[in-house]
Design a protein around this ligand. Structure first.
Ligand SMILES: C[S@@+](CC[C@H](N)C(=O)[O-])C[C@H]1O[C@@H](n2cnc3c(N)ncnc32)[C@H](O)[C@@H]1O
Length: 498
């Protein structure tokens, strides 16, 4: 069994799953100056000017003889995956949090200080830093052994809102399980929202869920009941990010009052042990941990959930909620994705389908909610496809299938039938679900479009968002300028006209 962070153990090597995480370029060894220069750029981009300044100073001076060079020399060959700059900055922050570096704390917003903005203040800050390095090298060297770990409760903003919708649809108490739970703070999502630590993003989405079970597993559990565990989490929040710091402080207080069942275990093992219980909704949740799993582990979790989902009923539903980076390249955009077994009764989507509900920055807040839309793939008895020319953006002037936003109170399939009628005057009958696609919407949002197959007949009359409508066979379709991705999607679903 893995030891929990917060044990008296001092030296802690990087766990192998961290090294494997996130994929690209982790084994590159650009040298200390290169590592810290990259860190400075990331900090500047992520609105952390104090860390940007420190990182740039280290990058510029680490090759000059002196205490800093001596301290970091053992790490000269560190790989990107060793996250040395994060460890180093965390070690410095930790000293300030332990009240061992008051001159530095003057500049750390997390400690009530003011980030240096003038030349004079910057010079004072750098001198204070050098002084700490010169006199507390032993402490820093020891803290450098700690590997970065956070528990970002802002990420529960999306989870809580999803729980509201689940409560509205299934009306059952929730058993909340989390893999990669870190310190288990997110398992207290309801209380985090009640106390205003995390914002209640969509209070009109339904009643509050009742959470009757909170279970979390992690390979490197953080024990927040120990001073060291709490310090460990706080030291890795960047001092400029005061809101994150405040959220963590609030969450630590909540977690000490609301129990959760936490254990050191592997994510796959835990998912294998999951069982449904009649009269409850089982919710499996994870955030910022999927990238640490090997492809085989991810595939196994997906398979295990699908098998469990096959046994799920409206009296014992299963829900999988994930907030994870889009991919290893777009690490700064997270997808809030939800699959339910059975399907939410008011959607008409198939069970177990991963649906994008929104996107968020790495801190999880604010969530940019996806815009649900429906499309009508209508064929007549001759196998022709009904297409409309779009009179509105996006893709104005191109040919597409009838479709548009799902209205409040409407299912996705009902929206497809309504849009078909509004844009062509024809009545259609749903014959099946074709698939989901995502398209960029204005202002960074995303349209999530559920396309349904319908049977329809008659002469179309263009109206509403369409300025022309016609039945086309495959050859006629190929001569039209169609909206981006339409033909590929139809081909993928075997829904092209004959
Ligand atoms: C970046 S942290 C995210 C923690 C938390 N979910 C959050 O969003 O704040 C990733 C966590 O996943 C854990 N982890 C990585 N691989 C794991 C595995 N195979 N099983 C369980 N936990 C794992 C790590 O130990 C770490 O605590």
């Amino acid at each position: 069994m893995a030891a929990a962070v917060g044990d008296s153990r001092q030296v802690r090597p990087a766990p192998p799953h961290y090294r494997a995480g996130m994929g690209i370029s982790r084994e590159e060894r650009p040298g200390l100056a290169g590592l810290f220069a990259d860190m400075a750029a990331s900090c500047a981009r992520l609105e952390a000017p104090t860390y940007a300044l420190l990182s740039q100073h280290v990058a510029d001076s680490v090759n000059d003889p002196g205490p800093l060079a001596d301290l970091l020399d053992p790490y000269a060959e560190a790989a990107v995956g060793d996250m040395l700059p994060l460890r180093f900055l965390g070690a410095i922050h930790r000293l300030a949090l332990e009240r061992r570096a008051p001159e530095l704390a003057l500049f750390f917003a997390s400690m009530g200080g003011t980030p240096p903005t003038s030349e004079r203040a910057r010079a004072h800050f750098v001198r204070a830093f050098e002084d700490v390095v010169a006199h507390q090298g032993g402490q820093i060297a020891a803290a450098l052994e700690w590997f970065p770990q956070t528990n970002e409760v802002g990420r529960t903003e999306g989870l809580f809102t999803v729980l509201r919708r689940i409560q509205h649809s299934f009306g059952l108490p929730v058993r909340l399980h989390e893999i990669g739970t870190s310190a288990g703070l997110s398992l207290r999502v309801d209380e985090l929202v009640h106390r205003g630590i995390v914002s209640d993003a969509q209070p009109t989405w339904g009643d509050l869920p009742s959470i009757i079970e909170r279970v979390g597993v992690d390979l490197e559990l953080v024990d927040i009941n120990s001073d060291n565990g709490r310090l460990h989490l706080t030291s890795f929040i960047w001092p400029d990010h005061v809101q994150r710091f405040e959220r963590l402080r609030g969450a630590l207080a909540v977690a000490q009052q609301i129990p959760a069942d936490l254990s050191s275990a592997d994510a796959v093992e835990h998912v294998r042990s999951l069982r449904l219980q009649p009269g409850t909704t089982l919710v499996l949740w994870h955030s910022a941990m999927w990238m640490y799993l090997a492809p085989e582990q991810r595939a196994e979790i997906v398979e295990l959930l699908a098998a469990l989902g096959d046994q799920a009923t409206a009296e014992a539903p299963l829900v999988h909620v994930a907030l994870e980076p889009i991919d290893t390249v777009h690490r700064h955009v997270f997808r809030l994705q939800v699959a339910t077994w059975p399907a939410l009764p008011d959607t008409d989507l198939p069970p177990g389908l991963d649906v994008l509900w929104g996107t968020a920055p790495p801190s999880g807040t604010p969530v940019d909610w996806a815009v649900p839309c429906a499309g009508a793939i209508a064929h007549d008895d001759a196998g022709r496809l009904l297409v409309v020319r779009r009179g509105q953006e996006p893709a104005k002037g191109t040919w597409s299938i009838p479709g548009g936003r799902v209205e409040p109170g409407e299912s996705w399939a009902q929206a497809a039938i309504r849009e078909l009628h509004e844009e062509t005057g024809l009545h259609g009958e749903i014959t099946g679900f074709a698939g989901l696609i995502e398209r960029a919407a204005p202002e960074g949002a995303t349209y999530v479009i559920a396309d349904y197959r319908l049977r329809a007949a008659g002469e179309p009359r263009a109206a509403d968002d369409a300025d022309d409508a016609q039945w086309v066979d495959r050859q006629e379709l190929s001569s039209l300028t169609t909206s981006p991705g339409l033909v590929e999607a139809l081909r993928g679903w075997d829904a092209l006209p004959t």
